[in-house]
Structure formats: C-alpha cells, structure tokens
Design a protein around this ligand. Structure first.
Ligand SMILES: Nc1ncnc2c1ncn2[C@@H]1O[C@H](COP(=O)(O)OP(=O)(O)OP(=O)(O)O)[C@@H](O)[C@H]1O
Ligand SMILES: [Mg+2]
Length: 500
C-alpha cells in the first residue's frame, strides 16, 4: 500500500534522513524503530506533506505522490497521530477533532449534534471517557492523547501513522488502543507504529523497520527478532537493561517530607505518605487516578486542593511552585511542551532558566562561562543529541527535548524532586542512563517522587510505591510486595478506606 524509497532530508547542513526506505502493506502494523533523533518523526512528516524531502519517492497503491501539505495527504487517505500534540488548547475535544473539516447540515450550518455523536462513537470505541465540551487545555495529558488519537481515527485513513501514541498511557489504556488498532488492521488499514516500549512492538506489530542516525538499517518480521537483537539493530551495541540497586536500609533514614493530609477537592479522599531521605517513591495508578494532581497539590499548583505537610519537621504551605522551588522542591512536569519547556528558546536557556542563582557572579552579573560549562555537562550526562547548546528546542526530536527537561534538574542540589513521567519518549539506551542518574541523585541525599505509567520502571526504580485510585492513595507497597500483580490489583479495585 505504501512505498517510500530513498528518502533524504536535510535541515541546513545537517542531513537527518540519508536514503531511507519504508514499505507498509495493507492490513499490517509496521513498527518504525530507532533511538531519539534517528529520524522517525521526520520521515513520517515527509509522508504526510508537513515537510518536503530533498530526494526520494513516495508511492501509494503503486501511484507516485508527493503531498504539498497535510490536507492533501488527508484527502489521499493518510492520517497521523502527532508525537507533539497538534490540538488547539482553547477548543473543545469535538471542535479539535473536526477542525477545518466540520460536519454541516443541509443548510450549510455547523451540525454540532452530528459531530458530537461521531466523536462519542470514536471515543467509545477506545473505551475512554473524555469530556467533550471543555477546552482541551483542561484535560489531562492522557485525555489529550486520546483526543489526538480520536482525531486521526475520525479521518478514516487508509494509511495511519501513530507517532508514540502510548508514551503517557498506562498498560490498561494501551490495551484499549491496541484493540482498536487490531480492528483497523482487520479492515485492511496500513499502520505505522512508533514506540520506545519494545514489549509493545512484540504485542502488536507484524514487521519492523529500523533507522539509526538517519540511515536505513533494515526491515524484518517481528517473529525473527528478540528484544536483544532489536536493541542491537537500533543502537549498534548491546545494552544492559538493568535498574541500579535499590536502597538497602529504608526504615532508618529520616523523613524529609511528611505529607499528613492532601485532598484534591472538598469531600474527596484524603491521602497521606512520608518521603524518606534518599528514597524513591513511585506513584502508580491508572490515568486520571490523581497522581499528577496530588503532586501539583503539594506545590500549591492545584486550585481547590488542600495540603498539610512538614518539610524536615517544619510545617510548610506553598501557594505557588516558586515557593516550593525556594524551599528545595522541584517539579519535572508531565507535559513538556506546555509546562516544561520554552520551545523557542535555546537548550542553554532552557536548562539554566531556574539555575541563575547559582551562576550569579555578583549583584549585577551572571557568570556566562559557568552557565555554559554547567549546561554542557548536563547535556553530556543525559546525552542530548544536538549540534550545540544554542540549538532551539523546537529543532530537537521529542525524546531529546525530554532529556533537556531532565537535564535542568540534575545539578540543582534539590531536597526533593518530583518527576512526572521522566522518561516519556526516551529511547532504551538513554533511559538506562537516566535511571542511573536518578539513583546518583538519591545517593547525594535527594529524595524523588516518580510518577510513571510504565510499570517496569515503577517496579525497577521505586523503594516504595503509592498506588492511586479515584483521586487518592489506596495502598502503599514496599519490598517484596512491589509486583505488577499487586499494583494493578490496587489500581483497579483498591478502595479508599484501605488507605492508611
Ligand atoms: N526543524 C528542524 N530543524 C533542524 N533540525 C531538525 C528539525 N526537526 C528535526 N531535526 C533534527 O532531525 C533529527 C531527527 O529528528 P526526529 O524528530 O525525526 O527524531 P525521532 O526519531 O522522531 O526521535 P524521537 O524518538 O526522540 O522522537 C534530530 O537530530 C533533530 O534534531
Ligand atoms: Mg519522534
């Protein structure tokens, strides 16, 4: 159905696609794999007419085509779920889904009822409950992800590209999405699927194409590869996919943050937990279970929430995140594009933006040399792939943007770091490095709250796990009890009155 041959693309002097091939059959789920910055999203943007290739041909059903823009691609039956969301924040889910393709009645007026109905049908297919009329900026990241997916599904495309659709979804939601993908496959849709979660590739994909640094490495059947060979094709070397050792004696270390009562809204569940020095607490739960909201509430960034807590034994109350920052608590937010980064700024500015206190020479001047040196060190630590620290953020691949958000916090000497989905969109090799860094931080006395939808990460990194359901903590597990079965059971059936 789809044949891309010898595709080349350069941005300025940098060649990011160097003769890439991709063939996708009707009724096939085809994985596109590669490290951060390998060129996956770029190749898909070429396909959809969003950027134009410097060379190469695209054929659909044997017919050569080159789309001038995304509308032309849609008209030819090509749809994409973007890695960086394309939603307009002020519009509702329905308005976003039908933007520029509004359904009209026979008088030429907007047929809101028909659009709403169609939107509901698609979301029902996905088995999710997303508010249809609220501006999407008010939805959670996972809900926005579903709107983005629904928007692409509403195109009824023959060729559908999914660029990291699962990056913020929990296993339960991923399974719902997979059900829909299998259905589309049965109907003969050609699907390109991009993900850094290799277990998903084995679950849903039929064939695989691997890119490395803009080069085409090869295409093979999923049945012919295993995890290790796949990683080797992607990174060109073997990777030890192990987690750093956990804390040994937990009970004896002192409590840094004692959260006595946090409540998201009046009448809602009340949660409590204590964070020890050098400990990593994992926040697990389904999408919408209140993990991110609770983290925001601690920092005074969740309107309507109340929170009573002690930081190093002293009562504290934050009215905004800046207060928390001054007290030594930092947050790496879930949504890098809206909350984590200024994409029109350079890497340098993005990393140093809350570090300026440290770079101060005196009352008036900033030590620019020190700023540059620290930034370069942080970039090396998380291996950001870019031409240099002055690159604008919006020229980086999604995974590399995420590395920049992480880089900002690692040399900051914070008491507590709250990491919300820290490895979202980060490839296997770089992930292992970030896990190592997180453990290093805890050895220096920092405590971490890690919110993650990726179960292996929660299991591998957490000294203790707080499981959320319905807006509060329903269970806390530690040691041997940190298993996927226990966590999933609490996350799906845990009751509030079980909370300590
Ligand atoms: N507008 C741009 N200007 C300059 N360079 C760009 C631009 N867009 C992408 N690049 C570069 O092209 C390369 C490939 O980026 P791309 O987004 O395709 O990677 P990717 O494989 O999707 O990675 P990820 O897994 O992180 O999403 C990167 O090195 C990126 O910095
Ligand atoms: Mg990408």
């Amino acid at each position: 159905m789809l044949e891309m041959k010898n595709i080349k693309k350069s941005f300025g002097k940098v060649e990011v696609l160097r003769g890439v091939d991709l063939e996708v059959r009707a009724g096939e789920v085809h994985a596109l794999l590669g490290e951060n910055g390998a060129g996956k999203s770029t190749l898909m943007k070429v396909l959809c007419g969003i950027i134009s290739a410097s060379a190469g041909t695209i054929r659909i059903d044997g017919e050569e085509c080159a789309f001038a823009n995304y509308d032309a691609a849609i008209a030819a039956g090509v749809g994409i779920v973007f890695q960086e969301f394309s939603l307009i924040p002020y519009l509702s889910a329905v308005e976003n889904m039908f933007l520029a393709r509004e359904l009209r009645n026979r008088f030429g007026l907007l047929d809101r009822r028909a659009m709403r109905k169609r939107a509901q049908e698609i979301l029902q297919q996905l088995d999710v409950d997303v508010p249809l009329n609220a501006p999407v900026s008010r939805l959670s990241v996972a809900e926005q992800q579903f709107v983005e997916i629904a928007k692409a599904l509403s195109l009824d495309a023959r060729i559908l590209v999914l660029d990291e659709p699962t990056a913020t979804l929990t296993p339960t939601e991923v399974e719902r999405l997979f059900k829909v993908i299998r259905e589309l496959r049965r109907k003969g849709v050609a699907i390109v699927f991009i993900s850094h979660h290799l277990e998903e590739i084995f679950q849903i994909c039929d064939r695989i194409t691997v890119l490395r640094d803009g080069d085409y490495i090869g295409t093979c059947d999923v049945a012919d590869v295993n995890n290790d060979t796949l990683v080797e094709m992607m990174v060109g070397r073997r990777i030890e996919q192990s987690f750093p050792p956990k804390l040994e004696i937990l009970a004896e270390t002192d409590i840094v943050l004692d959260v006595e009562a946090v409540q998201l809204k009046r009448g809602g569940p009340v949660s409590s937990f204590a964070l020890r020095r050098g400990e990593i607490i994992g926040f697990a739960g389904l999408v919408g279970s209140g993990r991110s909201e609770t983290a925001m509430a601690l920092l005074g960034a969740f309107p309507g929430a109340t929170c009573r807590m002690k930081l190093e034994g002293k009562d504290v109350k934050f009215t905004e995140p800046a207060d928390a920052l001054a007290a030594g608590i930092g947050l790496l937010p879930e949504s890098r594009k809206e909350q984590g980064l200024i994409t029109s700024f350079s890497i340098l500015r993005n990393i140093s933006i809350n570090n300026y206190g440290k770079y101060r020479k005196n009352h008036w001047f900033i030590d620019l040399k020190k700023e540059l040196a620290c930034t370069q060190k942080a970039m090396r630590q998380v291996s950001v792939k870019a031409t240099g620290p002055n690159d604008r953020l919006d020229t980086l691949s999604g995974g590399n943007q995420q590395k920049v958000v992480v880089a900002r916090w690692i040399n900051h000497d914070m008491k507590i770091l709250i990491f919300d989905e820290p490895t979202r969109g980060i490839d296997v090799g770089a992930k292992a490095e970030i896990y190592q860094l997180m453990r290093e931080l805890t050895k220096q006395g920092c405590s971490i709250i890690m919110i993650s939808s990726e179960l292996p990460e929660v299991l591998g990194m957490s000294d203790r796990v707080c499981v959320f359901r319905g807006g509060g903590i329903v269970a806390t597990v530690e040691g041997e009890d940190i298993t996927s079965e226990k966590i999933m059971t609490h996350a799906t059936t845990g009751r509030q009155d079980h909370a300590a």
